[in-house]
Design a protein around this ligand. Structure first.
Ligand SMILES: [Zn+2]
Length: 986
């Protein structure tokens, strides 16, 4: 039963008596009326009311993915060309063209490119049947790897290249030149281009991700994820590789894994078909995998070949690559795949970082490796030797079957995903040994931005993986690339192109300046390959196109020059400067994106327009931005609630995040205004109207994200105030709700014209869609109709707003921390401080007598634990073995966890163990305020739970434990599982 140990209070209370006795009475009074043992319902009032979640519309079916039809539709239908009026330095193609296909092309790889040129010309009303202007393709052997030279004369032009892909690039370049002039004209002279970023690997926008909840394998169904005109669009943008997910065990059986490869033939057949379709557009197919997979505990392979079992991993083992068996298994797996599909472009393999693979997976990228690899073969090896063993075997297997295929070894080291001030986020020094010891013939891929940092409000912010707003490179990428260059290892940069986890619900984010900065650095660092995207950020359009252009030499002299070149392809001459200026506003704003992965993963930028606005506190969690359903429960996540602290991390405050998002939105809207100013010039060019629509939708999303954060910042402020001034804030909150209704209305209109809006490729569906926007508008109207008047009334009556929520008048379980003030801290041999108010940890085994209490001084909070059950005076270890204290310093923010493993040392850092009473073990821990996130001069009530584990492994806690569905980095903490801690004696 709950909670106050009156016995203990009376026994130890000998200071500040008169004040303290009052508090004890209050506590007992509250307990008598407000305690609820189950812990599932803390309060009977409006806090926690989730009735707003009724009638959330279900996810639309895949038949609504209209954009697939758009991707399939012909790329060229009708150019809006002006009448050809050639200048003195221009060739005129308006009288028709003859295409002489002189380049040797035995495999017909150029058929689609020639056909495309013909349909391009036809869309401009130009015949390519015996016209007077001759376009000739011709082989020049010293041009290599997509390099091309175009020689344009008045009566004809040559496209020279050394391979079919160079001719393809040359043809597309001619088309760009005509698009620029908006007529069938070409500039006289010679143009030569060479790829610097030779490989540009993207991914299908709508292909299954082979992860739960859908868990669909694109090689197992009959859907064509690579329709002709989709590939044609990608090819025009310079994409020359696509990746798709496989596992060895799906594709092949080996001598060692005879039971694997159940549907291998079906998968390989589809893979061959995909490879062939893509090659017709100059696009290679790369299989993406995370191999060799660590072994499951029950794997028969490990029983038969124990040398394959490496360092322990849970109940199973990592894959040990150090034996001949391992070498043969890896060789055979890769060799069989590349023999079965000989034209595969290569394989991108996450060698370290994402899931368990080799014995090196026992070491985190940010730690030292010594003593961490508990494998009989690997424990005395250098980390690079372990990767060298697995990569060499795969490399040999691949190149014996397919000499031109590429093995890209991706070191996925995204840390820090949740940076906290003072944390070290440096990679282990062993990582920097890897580039120099990458086997010959293996390309090393590294995250371009992980570890990128910037300072805001005087605070250091550090990002993990996938950033466009902070374009990188991180200093660790620079260092890896330099070492690789010195040792002759080819480097691939993993970047995001169209969009990123920052906002992935529009087909792209129009910030080409930021892409320019990425490619400028890639060039400087000698990078030759790039994986352009994860599951998202790959839709054809502006950013892909920009990446394609930036991959070629000559490189534009500066950012502004590049933007002008880019704008000139699609926009009218007179509008170029407006478009460029708009893009610059977009980038300037976007750079303010809060640099914390928490904001990407849980923030409102993806789908703020369908977040409810909760005027009354509910304490409802945020949902992951990249998912529609949980990969664990497979159920849909609810719309995100009011716990906005979950998305801002531990460094920025909510107020600062409001400021940063405000900067994004005000700059973005200036750009949108410029585009609106030219919109009427493109009424018959739907692609440009869609481009403007994308910019508008992002403007709405950013404004909405900013509004949401601002709303909760104001709400929290209002709830802690008294008096009529609260009406002014309520007015501001009301204004935000009206603004959001207006934004929703605008977004609905945009969604009607563009099925891409709201779609998130990794979520495999829509984060927002018209029905859900309407649902949200109903929620907003309901707040205006019901909640606003209700709060107005409370304010007019001079009552407090939700004092049980703010802690001004806490309800439910309440504990008191006693101020130490002038009392001397006890040393390790002194008695317990007086006045402690003990709380029983009643959740857990009944027989345990575990209690906790708290005191505070001007620097720290102290938590005392006592265990008086089963204590054995002769035991060498204290009976308390582990303590976990969760503290929610501020409402709506995640709890910080303070975990202590208790050894037999009497004093370790902030832990002191006492055994000064027979049969009772006391442990006291000290938690400095800066670690909690509070300050001594503002000690407001906080929410807390204390969990104590004893020597028998049993856990007792003060509050119940009803974990929620686990969320990445936020875990399964349930905010309802907390009680109050009130600082007494301030
Ligand atoms: Zn090993």
């Amino acid at each position: 039963m709950y909670v106050v140990d009156e016995d203990k209070i009376i026994k130890t209370m000998n200071y500040n008596f008169s004040k303290f006795i009052n508090i004890v009475n209050i506590v007992i009074l509250i307990l008598a009326s407000g305690c609820n043992q189950s812990g599932t319902k803390e309060s009977k009032n409006a806090v926690g009311n989730s009735s707003y979640l009724k009638n959330v519309p279900p996810q639309p079916g895949e038949d609504t993915w209209q954009f697939i039809e758009e991707l399939k539709s012909p790329m060229w239908t009708q150019h809006k060309w002006e009448k050809a009026d050639p200048g003195p330095q221009q060739a005129d193609l308006s009288k028709g063209v003859t295409i002489k296909e002189s380049f040797p092309d035995p495999n017909g790889r150029l058929e689609t490119a020639y056909a495309d040129l013909r349909s391009f010309l036809a869309a401009g009303g130009i015949s390519s049947d015996n016209g007077s202007y001759v376009i000739i393709t011709k082989e020049v052997k010293n041009l290599k790897n997509e390099s091309f030279r175009i020689d344009i004369k008045a009566d004809g032009c040559y496209i020279f290249a050394g391979d079919v892909d160079g001719i393809r690039r040359g043809i597309f370049h001619l088309e760009d030149e005509m698009l620029r002039l908006r007529s069938p004209l070409l500039p006289l002279g010679t143009i030569e281009k060479n790829p610097v970023i030779k490989r540009r690997i993207s991914r299908c926008f709508f292909g299954p991700i082979k992860r739960p909840p859908k868990m669909k394998d694109e090689l197992m169904d009959d859907v064509n994820y690579y329709p002709e005109q989709y590939l044609n669009r990608l090819a025009h943008e310079g994409v020359n590789g696509l990746w798709l997910t496989v596992e060895f065990r799906d594709l092949v059986a080996t001598t060692y894994t005879p039971e694997a490869g159940k549907d291998a033939e079906k998968r390989l057949t589809k893979l061959r078909r995909t490879v062939e379709s893509c090659l017709r557009y100059g696009i290679r197919t790369y299989i993406f995998c995370i191999e060799p997979r660590a072994w499951n505990p029950d794997s028969p392979v490990v029983k038969n070949y124990p040398e394959l079992a490496g360092a322990p991993r849970g109940k199973g083992n990592f894959f040990c690559p150090m034996s001949q068996t391992a070498h043969k298994y890896l060789y055979e797996s890769v060799n069989k795949i590349f023999k079965a599909v000989p034209d595969l472009g290569g394989m991108i393999n996450i060698t370290h970082g994402e899931r368990g693979t080799t014995c090196l997976s026992a070491v985190s990228a940010i730690s030292d490796y010594k003593g961490k690899i508990n494998c009989p073969r690997c424990s005395d090896k250098e980390p690079w030797e372990i990767l060298h063993a697995s990569l060499s075997a795969m490399e040999q297997g691949m190149h014996d079957a397919a000499p031109d295929a590429e093995l890209i070894s991706w070191l996925y080291m995204p840390q820090p995903q949740r940076f906290v001030t003072g944390d070290s986020y440096a990679l282990g020094e062993w990582v920097y040994d890897l580039p120099a010891h990458t086997p010959e013939g293996v390309i090393l891929q590294f995250n371009f931005e992980s570890g990128v940092n910037r300072t805001e409000f005087g605070k250091l912010l550090v990002g993990g993986d996938y950033w466009i707003s902070n374009p990188g490179p991180s200093s660790r990428f620079e260092r890896i690339a330099k070492i690789a260059r010195e040792s002759g290892t080819t480097v691939s940069a993993k970047i995001q192109t169209g969009n990123s986890h920052e906002v992935a619900t529009t087909p792209y984010v129009p910030v080409p300046s930021l892409l320019y900065r990425k490619f400028d650095a890639m060039r400087r660092l000698g990078v030759s390959h790039s994986m352009l995207c994860w599951y998202f950020g790959n839709y054809p359009g502006l950013m892909n196109k920009a990446a394609g252009l930036l991959s070629m030499e000559p490189f534009p002299a500066d950012e502004h020059t590049f933007l002008k070149q880019l704008a000139s392809i699609d926009w009218k001459k007179g509008d170029e400067s407006s478009v460029v200026e708009a893009w610059e506003y977009f980038s300037d704003g976007y750079e303010n994106y809060p640099l914390t992965n928490m904001f990407q993963y849980y923030g409102p930028m993806h789908d703020g327009p369908v977040w409810p606005l909760l005027l009354k506190p509910v304490d409802a969690q945020l949902s992951p931005s990249w998912q529609i359903g949980s990969s664990i429960t497979l159920k849909a996540w609810p719309p995100s609630g009011d716990r906005v602290g979950e998305c801002i991390g531990e460094i920025l405050t909510l107020e600062e995040t409001v400021e940063l998002t405000g900067r994004i939105t005000s700059s973005w809207e200036k750009g949108v205004d410029l585009l609106k100013g030219i919109e009427q010039n493109y009424m018959d060019e739907p692609e440009r109207i869609s481009d403007i629509g994308v910019a508008k939708a992002l403007g709405i999303q950013f404004r909405s994200g900013h509004n949401i954060l601002h709303f909760y910042h104001l709400r929290e402020k209002m709830l802690r105030m008294e008096g009529k001034e609260r009406l002014d804030i309520l007015d501001k909150l009301t204004d935000i709700i009206y603004d959001e209704l207006e934004l929703d209305e605008q977004l609905l209109a945009l969604c009607d014209n563009d099925s891409r809006l709201g779609f998130h490729s990794e979520a495999e569906g829509y984060k927002y869609f018209p029905e859900k926007i309407r649902w949200r508008m109903d929620q907003l109207r309901s707040v205006l109709a019901n909640d606003v008047p209700e709060l107005k009334k409370i304010i007019r009556n001079d009552e407090l707003l939700f004092p049980e929520y703010t802690g001004i008048r806490p309800e439910g379980a309440v504990a008191y921390s006693i101020g130490l003030k002038d009392v001397e801290l006890p040393g390790s041999d002194s008695i317990l401080p007086v006045g402690l108010q003990w709380q029983k940890c009643t959740f857990g085994p009944e027989r345990n007598e575990i209690k906790w209490a708290s005191e505070w001084d001007k620097e720290a909070l102290y938590i005392w634990m006592s265990d008086s059950t089963g204590s054995d005076q002769n035991a060498s270890l204290p009976s308390i073995t582990n303590i976990r204290i969760k503290i929610e310093a501020q409402r709506l923010h995640p709890c910080r966890h303070f975990v202590y493993n208790i050894g037999n040392e009497q004093t370790v850092d902030d832990i002191i163990i006492f055994d000064n009473e027979p049969g009772v073990c006391y442990v006291r821990v000290r938690i400095p305020y800066d670690k909690i996130g509070v300050t001594a001069d503002n000690l407001h009530p906080v929410r807390i739970d204390v969990r104590v584990q004893n020597r028998d492994g049993e856990t007792n806690s003060w509050r119940p434990n009803n974990p929620t569905t686990p969320r990445l980095m936020l875990g399964s903490d349930n905010p309802a599982d907390l009680g109050w801690l009130v600082f007494y004696g301030k």
